[in-house]
Design a protein around this ligand. Sequence first.
Ligand code: DX5
Ligand code: ZN
Length: 239
Amino acid sequence: MPLSHSLAKLGGDAPLILPSILMCDFGRIEAEIRRLEDAGVEALHLDVMDGHFVPNLSYGLPLVETFRRLTRLPLDVHLMIANPDQHDYLRRYRDAGADLLTIHAEAVAEPRAVLEQIRSLGVLAGLAINPPTPVSAITNCLTVCDLVLAMSVMPGFGGQSFDRVALDKLAELRRLVRPEVRLEIDGGINAATIADSAAAGAQWFVVGSAIFRSEDYRASVRQLTELATQPRSAMSPRC
Ligand code: DX5
Ligand code: ZN
C-alpha cells in the first residue's frame, strides 16, 4: 500500500525527524506543538504506553484527539500497549486521528493479522521490534506493513542509551522490505547516533531528549536532519 493520507509526501528518501511526544511540556502542549511546527518538523510521534506492555504509563485516546485538533501534522502513533487488537483500540485510535499505527510484534500473538486489520481501517500499518527480538521473528509480516520500527532502546522511557543492535537489524530489513516500506528507528537518537542509523538504512528518526532537552528545537532538528542526510558513508567504527 503506498503511503497514503498526509504521510504520502513523506514517502521519499529524505530523512524525517519525528519528535517523540513523551518528554515535552504537557502543561503547555499547544505552545509545544507550535514550537515544533516552527522548527519545521513534518510529523509527530505519539508514544502511547499502558503500564502493562511497558513499565510506564503515558497517555491514550484523549491526548491523541487533542493533538489531532491542534495540528495538521501527520500523527505516527506508537502503541506500546498489550493486545492492541482488543477493545476496538485500532478503530478508536484511527478515529482519534492516527495516520499511522505501530504495534509491537511482542504484544500480539499474530502480528500479521493485526497489521492487516490496521490497513483495513485505512491507516498505515507499522510493526515495531524491541532490541532482543530478531528480524526473523517478523519476516512473515514484511509484505503487510508500511513501516518497520527497529527499537534502539527497550520501550517505556525517553533519555535511554542507544543500543547498536538496531543497526544490524536495519541493514537486514533494508535488504528484505520493498522500497516503499519506511524504516524507522526510535530510542537514543541524537547527534552521535543518527548518522550511523541513516547509514544502516533508517529513513524516519524518532527523537525525544535530543530535541526536548535542547533550548532551540529548530537548531536541533536542522542539525539532526543534516547529519542524517550525509551520504551513506561507512558506519563509524564500532565503539
Ligand atoms: C520509548 C519511546 C521513544 C522515546 C525516545 O519507549 O518509544 O520514542 O520517547 O526518547 P529518546 O529520544 O530520548 O530516547
Ligand atoms: Zn516511540
